[in-house]
Design a protein around this ligand. Structure first.
Ligand code: ZN
Length: 262
């Protein structure tokens, strides 16, 4: 079945109006799958980042466009309510927030239009704040640069601790990456780990889990039993578990990305 067949039934985008009357355009895309993922259903709706994804199982021989249209219309209310809630929650751009939760701790954000001082992050145990000194039009870029630095420093010490725990002595290169399609990535053949910049907005235990996951990939390239045993042995402590964090990411992960992309 060709893509354009579905496009005749589904719009390319939909418009969501927020409380202030601003119109937000949300893309609609169709994903095809050969797997019979849905058991009883032929279609599945999900909201990924800033788009609606309609997954259609191609195994169904008796699939027809009328069913897709009906399914789409039936779910309009749900789609609109999810997006309206998100837009309400996240309508403030990052650099306009007075306080940001960084690795689970509240940081006050100070922006000053001057270039004779260097931006920095203050964290002396009592006071946590991000000071940005730059031209107004660069506030957002400079703030993100500071957040990436904070994430890098924190991730490096977490990674080094985990590497020591499992006795990996080969140096591992760590990078903070701009991707939002996954939380982390590991190239075990050249000892490189990448962490998504978005994670600076997540609680520290979430960052620790993602790093434990990627560090474990240095040993096992797959997601089979041995791999999860290793992740659990690195990460699990009395107060937290891998399953808790995975649940958290499923529930709140998308909101982090929306917040970061604003
Ligand atoms: Zn993995």
């Amino acid at each position: 079945m060709a893509n354009n067949i579905f496009q005749t039934v589904l719009p390319e985008s939909i418009e969501i109006v927020d409380a202030k009357g601003t119109i937000h355009e949300v893309k609609v895309s169709v994903k095809y799958t050969k797997q019979n993922l849905f058991k009883t259903k032929k279609m599945k709706l999900s909201i990924k980042h800033n788009a609606v994804v309609v997954a259609v199982s191609m195994r169904e021989s008796n699939f027809n466009l009328l069913q897709l249209e009906k399914f789409w219309n039936l779910n309009q209310g749900w789609i609109k309510s999810v997006f309206s809630k998100r837009i309400l929650l996240c309508h403030l751009p990052l650099a306009e927030k007075k306080v940001l939760s960084l690795l689970g701790e509240p940081f006050n954000i100070h922006l000053e239009n001057r270039t004779d001082k260097r931006s920095y992050i203050l964290d002396d145990g009592k006071c946590k704040a991000v000071y940005i000194f730059s031209r107004t039009q660069h506030f957002d870029r400079m703030l993100r640069r500071q957040l990436r630095e904070l994430l890098y420093t924190s991730s490096l010490s977490i990674m080094n601790k985990f590497l020591k725990d499992i006795d990996i002595k080969t140096p591992v290169e760590l990078k903070i990456a701009g991707f939002t399609s996954c939380w982390g990535n590991c190239q075990s053949n050249n000892m490189k780990i990448k962490i998504s910049e978005v994670l600076v907005l997540a609680p520290r235990r979430v960052l620790e889990y993602v790093i434990a996951h990627e560090v474990s990939h240095l040993v096992h390239a797959h997601h089979q039993k041995d791999f999860w045993i290793l992740v659990n042995s690195i990460y699990n402590e009395e107060e937290r578990s891998v399953d808790d964090v995975k649940r958290w990411l499923k529930k709140c992960g998308d909101d982090l990305i929306v917040q970061w992309q604003n």
